[in-house]
Write a protein that binds this ligand. Structure first.
Ligand code: CP
Length: 328
């Protein structure tokens, strides 16, 4: 059987792709986080490479810019011995009028096992999932979802705070441009699935009209008590109107200033998905914040994305037993 046939017979279609945290569910989240522990162990080996996905091909298709997500998926696939392809939008036949569907079907015909897709339109990965038998991983769609960012965030909190189960009892403030943030949607969803209390902190203009979480416009009323301060980037590229009077005023009311950093609890974590607008949402040097785990978020992104690829494509269907041995 080809790898595609094997996967079709391996389980329901829903388990083939990772499109959102909701579809993954609590058990699925725990499964990925537990698998990521094994991947961290693989990454610590002198030769951090295992043959688990030898013979598989993973194709990165990014219609929006990315540094962290694209490179960490590429690294994750290589550490599992998968072959990788990177689709360059700027040099593709999309510029000759080829549709997204024809593009995906063309790449799929080359024998791709998984597409990692980032697209500016919310819902695009669900469309791609309908057009291909390959696995589809949502690497960020419009304002909507960024599930692997959410998983690496949860993994970072869990491991930094030495939790083995969920995040029960933690008070987490997600601060900033919630309205335009796919990270806020997915990361809040996974934090809440794991039992944390999440508050969204933003000016009213940067909140969606309807949210599931409590909201606040007063960061100073919360900052002394939070266990995790999760800062969001001001996404000026998604704003077509002025939603804050000025960036300076935004920083005064919602930025992590030295004064606010001094009020954080001793063990409070400071997180940011990147890229950061230094001087706007973060007006201190993260290197000088004892609780900053922004670099760890990036490092953990590789292990978590290895876990996702392994769960979706691994012949052991996620069994960590097949992580033994070196690929060379
Ligand atoms: N956090 C995140 O998605 O970063 P990139 O845009 O660099 O991938």
């Amino acid at each position: 059987m080809t790898s595609v046939e094997q996967r079709q017979s391996a389980g329901p279609r829903g388990s083939r792709s990772l499109l959102s945290i909701d579809e993954l569910g609590t058990d699925g989240v725990f499964r990925i986080l537990d698998l990521a522990d094994h991947m961290v162990e693989v990454n610590r080996r002198p030769n951090p490479k295992v043959p688990a996905l030898r013979g598989k091909t993973v194709c990165n298709v990014f219609f929006e810019d990315s540094t962290r997500t694209r490179l960490s998926f590429e690294t994750a696939a290589k550490r599992l011995s998968a072959d990788t392809m990177t689709f360059s939008v700027a040099q593709s036949s999309l510029n000759k009028g080829e549709s997204l569907r024809d593009t995906i079907e063309t790449i799929a015909a080359m024998g791709v096992d998984a597409f990692v897709i980032r697209h500016g339109s919310s819902g695009a990965p669900w469309m791609v999932d309908k057009w291909t038998q390959a696995s589809v991983i949502n690497a960020g769609d419009g304002w909507h979802a960024h599930p692997t960012q959410a998983l690496l965030d949860a993994y970072t909190v869990r491991t930094t705070l030495n939790r083995t189960g969920g995040l029960e009892g933690l008070r987490i403030a997600i601060v900033g441009d919630v309205k335009h943030s796919r990270v806020a949607r997915s990361t809040s969803a996974v934090f809440r699935l794991l039992g944390a209390d999440v508050t969204l902190v933003a000016p009213r203009t940067l909140l969606p009209p309807v949210v599931d979480e409590p909201t606040s416009e007063n960061l100073d009323a919360l900052i002394d008590d939070v266990d995790v301060l999760y800062l969001l980037r001001m996404q000026s590229e998604r704003m077509n109107e002025a939603l804050v009077p000025s960036l300076r005023e935004y920083t005064t009311r919602f930025g992590l200033t030295p004064q606010r950093a001094g009020r954080l609890k001793q063990n409070a974590l400071v997180m940011h998905p990147g890229p950061m607008n230094r001087g706007v949402e973060i007006a201190v040097d993260p290197a000088e914040l004892p609780g900053a785990v922004i670099t760890q978020q990036v490092s953990n992104g590789i292990a978590v994305r290895m876990a996702v690829l392994f769960e979706l494509l691994g012949s052991g269907h996620g069994s960590a037993d097949t992580l033994e041995g070196s690929s060379e």
